[in-house]
Ligand binder design. Structure first.
Ligand SMILES: Nc1ncnc2c1ncn2[C@@H]1O[C@H](COP(=O)(O)OP(=O)(O)O)[C@@H](O)[C@H]1O
Ligand SMILES: [Mg+2]
Length: 326
């Protein structure tokens, strides 16, 4: 399956993009954006706007809502198109390839940069009733909670990007995060397979040690707990068999009220998997103590992590003024 928005992007003019951006901006203060507001934000006259709006409607990138609260809103495709347009325009990627995977709240595709290096684009989709439902029904509107979808997906991507960057700074083993725009992250492609697909490994004990060591480093150096760690969120690189850790939007600081519960669950998931697959194991509480370095978690109150990033690092939300000039 391909990325639908990337197919239609070539058919869009700069003005179409400008109209989408105006709707996006309008949606930060109102669920539906009337044509006068779109015209004011985009500096395109309402006469000319009708043409662009009906084209965008045809591509299922925006839609019109009748009734008391009438106006336009972006669809899933429209929001995708804005992020992709920015990534293409700023020369971060030159093309998008086939889909790598689809989760409950994300889709991943291959992407090619301008040096010919294959990367991954992870598209966060949080706050839709069910993306699977949308796929089946081919209904790409963001009903009722448009703003939720946009802000929830963008902030999930932002959280993951920050986590990946912090892990990368410490040389911990996870994909290198390159750039983020809105709800899309471009990251390093890990050539390998998910741990749960592994049929064999030359040294499973060593692999388990490395996973525990990763949790330990993440805990003591970054003061974070993954919170969704399992054989589904660890990739094993080929051919060297090294573990890479992925999927970080749910990561929490160690002073989060459920940090200990989540950490025990992460450890338990891994232990159950290794016991079933390789018949090796360990003691959950001993491993917990090792990972936490014997820290008394009930004492921790001082560690409120600040997830702020400097504005130059993050390109969300992104409304470059030059795009609004004719
Ligand atoms: N950087 C990557 N390189 C290669 N494949 C990846 C990468 N990140 C994720 N994947 C693949 O995509 C799947 C889904 O990605 P993940 O980040 O776990 O999202 P989800 O929230 O949908 O589970 C993974 O199980 C893995 O197979
Ligand atoms: Mg996952």
């Amino acid at each position: 399956m391909k990325f639908a928005a990337s197919d239609h992007l070539k058919d869009l003019s700069r003005r179409d993009i400008k109209v989408l951006m105006a709707i996006e901006r309008g949606m930060y203060s109102s669920r539906r954006v009337d044509i006068d507001t779109i015209s004011r934000i985009s500096s395109i006259s309402t006469d000319k706007l009708s043409f662009h709006l009906s084209r965008l409607n045809k591509f299922k990138m925006c839609e019109f809502w009748k009734g008391a609260n009438s106006g336009y809103s972006l669809t899933v495709h429209g929001y995708d198109a804005l992020a992709l347009d920015w990534l293409f325009d700023h020369k971060h990627i030159q093309s998008i390839g086939r889909r790598i995977g689809v989760g409950k709240e994300s889709q991943l595709f291959f992407a090619l940069d301008f040096e010919g290096v294959e990367k991954v684009i992870k598209v966060h989709r949080v706050g839709l009733t069910s993306f699977v439902h949308i796929k089946k029904s081919r209904d790409y509107s963001i009903k009722g909670s448009q703003v939720n979808y946009i802000t929830a997906s963008a902030s999930s991507a932002k959280r993951e990007f920050i986590m990946l960057r912090r892990l990368h700074e410490l040389n911990l083993s996870s994909p290198v995060p390159y750039v983020i725009n809105r709800h899309c992250i471009i990251m390093e492609l890990i050539v390998g397979a998910d741990l749960f697909r592994l049929t064999d490994h030359p040294d499973p004990e060593n692999l388990l040690d490395k996973i525990i060591e990763f949790m330990h480093q993440m805990f003591v150096q970054l003061e974070l707990v993954h919170s969704d760690l399992s054989e589904h969120n660890i990739m094993i690189s080929q051919p060297d068999g090294e573990p890479y850790f992925i999927d970080f939007p749910q990561t929490i600081p160690i002073d989060h009220p459920s940090a200990t519960v989540q950490l025990r669950r992460d450890i338990n998931n891994i232990l159950i998997y290794f016991k079933r697959k390789f018949l090796i194991g360990g003691d959950l509480e001993e491993i917990f103590d090792y990972i936490t370095g014997g820290l008394d978690l009930s004492e921790i109150e001082r560690l409120r992590l600040d997830y702020e990033m400097s504005p130059t690092d993050v390109t969300y939300p992104d409304f470059p003024d030059d795009k609004f000039k004719e």
